[in-house]
Write a protein of this length. Sequence first.
Length: 83
Amino acid sequence: ALHIYGRLITCAWVGDSRAVLGREVQKGRIEALALTCDHKPELPAERRRIEAMDGRVARLMATPNAEGSFRGGVNSAGVGEFG
């Protein structure tokens, strides 16, 4: 969700969503600017953030996804987590 007030943009997101702003940098040329960053525990900065809050990162057992195929993965963030 975006809230725009004058030149101020407030962005909120949850789960696997992403927010990207398209802005014209030259006439007819648009550039994508990421407004959010992924909370992937395999990223060093995210792992440090989790561990700094006394959390831990662990690989999960392989589980079926929505399509029915299996893959292992890691989980770091949930709705309602602050930090």
